[in-house]
Design a protein around this ligand. Sequence first.
Ligand code: 2AM
Length: 181
Amino acid sequence: MRVFVGLPLPDAASEALEALQSDLRAGRHVPPENLHLTLAFLGEVTLPDLEALHLELQQVSWSPFELRLSGLELFGGPHPRALVIEARGGKPLRHLRDKIRSAARGIGLDLPRTRFRPHVTLARFPRDMSTQDATSLGRFLAAHGDAALPAMSVAGFALYRSHLARDGARYEVLADYPATA
Ligand code: 2AM
C-alpha cells in the first residue's frame, strides 16, 4: 500500500485555497479534500509494517502548534511540475516531522534524506505545459504570489493511503493522531 503521513488542513484553510485555485486556469488542481501537508512520504508499505507504524505513531508525543501558509512557489525547476503554497511552522513542525521519521525508521522503513520544504500542493502540471497555460500561470503568480492565509492551529496529524488513478490520486485517511499535550 502506498502511504504517507501528513497534516490535514482545517476546512477554512481548504476553502481559502480552493478560492485561490479558482483563479488558476492551468494544470490539474488538487481537489479540496486532498489538500494536505506531507510530513513523511513512505511509499509502498506492507500490512504488517503499516500496523507496526500505527503503533509507533500512537506513541509520538507532541503539542499543538501554529502553522502559516504563505507565498506561492513553483516546484520542479525550469519546467515546473507543481504549484505550492509554502508552510511555516518553525521548530514544532520540524520536531514533529523528525519524530515521525524516527518512528518510521524505528520499524525498519527506509526514508530518503531529503530537505524538508513544507508546503501544500495546489496544482500539478504536465511535463509539456502549453504556452497558453504557462502564460496563465505567470499571470496567476503575478496576481497571487504573495497569498497568505491566517495562522491555523495544528492539533492532529494523519496516516494516509494514496490511491493512484489516471485522473489523479485520491487520499484516504487510515488513522488520526491528535496532539498529546
Ligand atoms: P507533493 O505534494 O510535493 O507532490 C502523496 O503523494 C504526497 O506525498 C504528496 O503530497 C507528495 O508531495 C508527497 N511525496 C513526497 N515524496 C513523494 C514521492 N517520491 N512520490 C510521491 N509523492 C511524494
